[in-house]
Design a protein around this ligand. Sequence first.
Ligand SMILES: NC(=O)c1ccc[n+]([C@@H]2O[C@H](COP(=O)([O-])OP(=O)(O)OC[C@H]3O[C@@H](n4cnc5c(N)ncnc54)[C@H](O)[C@@H]3O)[C@@H](O)[C@H]2O)c1
Length: 258
Amino acid sequence: MLDLTGKKALVTGIANNRSIAWGIAQQLHKAGATLGVTYLPDDRGRAQKKVTDLSASLDPELVLPCNVQDEAQLQSTFDAIEEKWDRLDILVHCLAFAGKDELSGDFSQTSRAGFTQALEISAYSLIQMSAVAKPLMSEGGSILTLSYLGGVRVIPNYNVMGIAKAALEMNVRYLAAELGSQNVRVNGISAGPIRTLASSAVGGILDMIHHVEETAPLKRTVTQLEVGNAATFLCSDLASGITGQVVYVDSGYSIMGM
Ligand SMILES: NC(=O)c1ccc[n+]([C@@H]2O[C@H](COP(=O)([O-])OP(=O)(O)OC[C@H]3O[C@@H](n4cnc5c(N)ncnc54)[C@H](O)[C@@H]3O)[C@@H](O)[C@H]2O)c1
């Protein structure tokens, strides 16, 4: 039943083979989707090489630079999609950033610059991407983003990223309300803690994972591929009645009171 053959999917946020975006890209590919991927460019071209080499096994038709802080580059990414595909069916927003200084210590010490940067990259970027994707999804589509429990409850050291995730989850609802009339669904997955480049910047991430392993109903945290499976479902027609939701893929951790 789950068949994404013929669907054009853009996956953002692959940094390496630990990235949640990589788990999602693999499962979308497995379901038959045609992929485009983006990477965060750096001066020496290392990210381009890494993401090109890693994603080769999934035969992406597009491998594009996309720094969400660069408006012109973001527009070029979506211009390239229009030129190649003429439309977009699936957009996976799987990126976030906050300075390491903001991800430990007292929340009240969050700097203005750190707050602005975290919110801009991690939350505003979903609005920005949805705006440029909207005309390419005139016949419907699915937009998916990644959140974390720290956006609805206090998690030690998650600090400003919690505020960014709260904003991101509200973005999901406002975007779903706007885009629903053109049959574009917008959802989020709130994933359990996974060791990745981004999560290693959060103070005490290993303690968070161990706590989940002890407390969650499934007595373990989740894998990138499990998040990829849920993402593939949410982006498929099987989820045609689901929009504006944040679905927990967290081994059940979020239901526990103690
Ligand atoms: N790892 C976890 O425990 C966990 C749990 C829940 C949610 N998430 C979320 O999943 C998403 C992916 O993170 P991850 O854990 O796979 O880590 P990751 O480091 O593999 O991915 C983060 C990505 O963000 C990209 N990025 C950062 N700044 C950018 C910018 N200015 N423009 C474009 N891209 C930029 C990086 O290049 C990287 O590819 C994030 O939204 C993260 O908050 C992670």
